[in-house]
Design a protein around this ligand. Structure first.
Ligand code: PLP
Length: 406
C-alpha cells in the first residue's frame, strides 16, 4: 500500500514534468469512470460532482455513447465538412429539432472557446459592428477572442492587447446595458451572456433580466448571443437555461457535454445570421467529424429519451433543499444558489480545504472563484447518491468549522 501510494505520487510528479503548468491540479490520478462514479489508480471510488467540469452530463462511459463510439470508430472516424456525411446529417437534424426556435444553422467545432470565437466572427460579419458587450464575472474561454469577452483580469492582463471594443456591464443590470447601447448604437453588434454564470460564481440573473436584454438588443440592432456551454443541455433543469425566462437568442454556443465526453463545440444561429459568413471565412479541420457526431447523437438521445432534463429539475430541487438545510446547520455557509444541477454553495472562506478534504472523503467537487463550491453532477443522479453526497458535505463543513474555529 505504502509502495503503491509512493508510485502514484511519483507518476503525478512525472506528469507534471511534461504537461504545461497551467492547471490548478487535484492530487488524484483517475483511471476509469462509470455513471456518477470515477476511480483512481488504487481503485478507490469517488462520487463525481465535478464531472470533468460539467462534461459528463450522461454519466461517465455511458453505454449508449460507448456503443455509438465503438460502432462509428470501426466505420468512419474522420470526414472534413467539405464532404457530406450521413451521421453528421442525423446529428444536425436532431440538434436543430431541439434547439431554441429559429436557430436552424449550425457551425461545428471542438470546444467552448472555439464556439465563442465563431460567435464573435458571425456577429461582427452580420452586424458590421465590432463592439461587444459582455458581463462582469463572465467566462467564455481563454483563446484570444473568447478571452477578450472573459472578465477576470488575472486571465486577461498578461495577454493584452485583446480585441478592441469590448465593454463589461454588471450582470443582471439591464439599465446599465440600455445606457451603453443607447450611447453606442452604431458600434455595438453583440451582447454575449451566460444565462446563468458558471465560473463567475453560479450567478442566476434576476427574473425579467434576460427578457429585457432581448428587448434592448432588438431595439438597438445588436445580436443576443447566449453562451449555454455550461448551462445548456439539461444542466439547469430545462434543456436550455434561457427557457427559464422564455428568451430566444440570435446565436447560441454549446460545448462541454454535447458529445458525451468526446470534444465538440457548436454555434447555432438563425439562418440569416449564419449566412453572413461566406465560404472560407470560417472553418476548421475536426469540427463535425463522424466520431464526435455519433457520440453527440447518442448523447442527445440519452438526454431526451431518458428524460435527464426532468431528472435534473427533480434532483436539483432535492439537492438544493438538502444544501439549504446544510446552510441552516453550518455557519460557514453564506449562500446556496443555482438552478437544476448547476448549484453553488458560497462559504465565508476559501473553499480549497473543503475540496481537498472532499477528495479524501470520496466526493469530487469544483470551485467557482475562491469562495464558492460548484456542484455539476451528471444529470442521471438519484436520491441515494445525492443523500450520500450531502452527508459527506455535512461532515466536510463541520470539519471546516472546526478548522476555522467558527
Ligand atoms: C460558459 C462557458 N463558456 C465557455 C467555456 C470555455 O469552454 P472550453 O474550456 O471548452 O474552451 C466554458 C468552460 O468552462 C464555460 O463554462
Amino acid at each position: 500500500m505504502q509502495r503503491e501510494s509512493i508510485s502514484i505520487s511519483e507518476r503525478m510528479k512525472e506528469e507534471d514534468s511534461y504537461l504545461a503548468n497551467v492547471f490548478q491540479r487535484y492530487p488524484i490520478e483517475l483511471v476509469k469512470g462509470k455513471g456518477v462514479y470515477v476511480y483512481d489508480s488504487s481503485n478507490r471510488e469517488y462520487i463525481d460532482f465535478m464531472a470533468g467540469y460539467g462534461v459528463a452530463l450522461v454519466g461517465h462511459c455511458n453505454d449508449k455513447v460507448v456503443n455509438a463510439i465503438k460502432t462509428q470508430a470501426e466505420r468512419f472516424i474522420t470526414c472534413h465538412c467539405s464532404c457530406y456525411n450521413d451521421v453528421r446529417l442525423e446529428f444536425l437534424k436532431m440538434l436543430v429539432s431541439i434547439a431554441p426556435k429559429g436557430l436552424s444553422r449550425v457551425f461545428l467545432c471542438n470546444s467552448g472557446a472555439e464556439a465563442c470565437e465563431a460567435a464573435i466572427k458571425i456577429a461582427r460579419k452580420y452586424t458590421k459592428r465590432h463592439g461587444i458587450v459582455a458581463a462582469m464575472n463572465s467566462f467564455h474561454g481563454k483563446t484570444m477572442g473568447a478571452l477578450s469577452i472573459t472578465y477576470a483580469s488575472k486571465y486577461r492582463d498578461p495577454f493584452k492587447p485583446l480585441l478592441e471594443g469590448v465593454s463589461f456591464i454588471p450582470y443582471g443590470d439591464a439599465d446599465r446595458l440600455e445606457e451603453l447601447l443607447s450611447k453606442n448604437e452604431a458600434s455595438i453588434g453583440a451582447v454575449i451572456l451566460e444565462p446563468i454564470q458558471g465560473e463567475g460564481g453560479i450567478n442566476v440573473p434576476p427574473d425579467g433580466y434576460l427578457a429585457r436584454v432581448r428587448e434592448l438588443c432588438d431595439r438597438y440592432g445588436a445580436l443576443l448571443v447566449l453562451d449555454e456551454i455550461q448551462s445548456g443541455l439539461g444542466r439547469t433543469g430545462r434543456l436550455w437555461a434561457s427557457e427559464h425566462w422564455q428568451v430566444v437568442p440570435d446565436i447560441m454556443c454549446i460545448a462541454k457535454g454535447i458529445a458525451g465526453g468526446v470534444p465538440m463545440g457548436a454555434v447555432l444561429a438563425r439562418k440569416d445570421v449564419m449566412d453572413a459568413l461566406k465560404i472560407g471565412e470560417h472553418s476548421n479541420t475536426f469540427g463535425g467529424n463522424p466520431l464526435a457526431c455519433a457520440a453527440a447523437k447518442a448523447t442527445l438521445e440519452c438526454i431526451i429519451g431518458d428524460d435527464l432534463v426532468g431528472n435534473s429539475a427533480r434532483m436539483g430541487r432535492y439537492m438544493k433543499d438538502g444544501l439549504l438545510a446544510l446552510k441552516d446547520r453550518h455557519r460557514v455557509v453564506r449562500d446556496v444558489r443555482g438552478l437544476g444541477l448547476m448549484l453553488g454553495v458560497e462559504l465565508r472562506f476559501d473553499v480549497k480545504d473543503v475540496l481537498m478534504d472532499g477528495i479524501s472523503h470520496g466526493l469530487l467537487m469544483l470551485y467557482s472563484g475562491r469562495n464558492v463550491i460548484r456542484l455539476l453532477p451528471p444529470l442521471l443522479i438519484d436520491e441515494d447518491i445525492v443523500s450520500k453526497a450531502l452527508s459527506i458535505l455535512d461532515t466536510l463543513l463541520a470539519r471546516e468549522e472546526m478548522r476555522r474555529g467558527v
